[in-house]
Design a protein around this ligand. Structure first.
Ligand code: 5RP
Length: 226
């Protein structure tokens, strides 16, 4: 069994019938939705909020009840994955471009669990690519400002479209190279630039548990040290 499937099955123990469940975005979450679709009690009794159009569609397609973020409902539990976990317990998210809604749901959920392959744990890397979401009209100003203060920055392009990809919120995603030791500082400071809405940096205060797994079935639970 692949690590994503192991994680999806493992995390089921944290989900209860009649929960309000927040879900993130990506291949890990797609696998979790697939696994969850066999859990009739959860399907019948729980309500879902999701961090992207993709996850909302996957949930609806599989017969789950999905409500809009406009409902203002706060999930009792939020499950998501991540792209990178550093030695210091900081996650980088946003590989799927859903970082803003992911941060929103993480912040407003009561208990937050992130699941990922052990290979996403990057030890001793000096710098990492961090996605930031910016309002369209500000993109040139934000890029020049970041370059002026020494950052390497590029806008994210996808396939199937010429030019920058547009997020589910109608904004542009930039990828910025940031020193690993400065990730949480960058997260706070960059939002002072008008136009920057959110970053893909998730520091320790934003989660309760990270669960790592490898393809051999080895599972490790990490809780942020206070
Ligand atoms: C999407 C995310 C995802 O959680 C992250 O990219 C990991 O994705 P995957 O499960 O496909 O490895 O942050 O914005």
């Amino acid at each position: 069994m692949e690590a994503k499937e192991i994680l999806a099955n493992y995390v089921l123990q944290y989900l209860k019938e009649n929960d309000i469940i927040g879900l993130g975005t990506g291949r890990t979450i797609r696998k979790l939705i697939e696994v969850l679709s066999k859990e009739e009690n959860i399907k019948r009794g729980s309500i879902f909020l999701a961090s992207s159009i993709d996850s909302e569609l996957e949930l609806s397609k599989n017969g789950f009840k999905v409500v809009s973020l406009f409902s203002g409902l706060r999930p009792s539990i939020y499950i998501d994955s991540f792209d990178v976990l550093t030695n210091a317990g900081v996650m980088i998210k946003g590989g799927g471009g859903a970082l803003f809604r992911e941060k929103l749901l993480t912040y407003f959920s009561k208990y937050k669990i992130f699941i990922g392959e052990e290979s996403k744990l990057k030890k001793n890397v000096k710098a990492l690519e961090v996605p930031i979401e910016v309002v369209n009209v500000s993109v040139n100003y934000v890029m020049r400002e970041l370059e002026n203060i020494g950052y390497e920055v590029k806008y994210r392009e996808g396939s199937g479209k010429i030019g920058p990809i547009i997020s589910d919120n109608g904004n542009i995603i930039l990828d910025v190279i940031v020193k690993t030791e400065e990730l949480c500082e960058f997260d706070k400071n960059v939002k002072r630039i008008p136009g920057v809405i959110e970053t893909g940096v998730f520091c320790k205060e934003l989660y309760n548990k990270i669960i790592l797994a490898d393809n051999n079935g080895r599972i490790e639970e990490i809780e942020p040290s206070k």
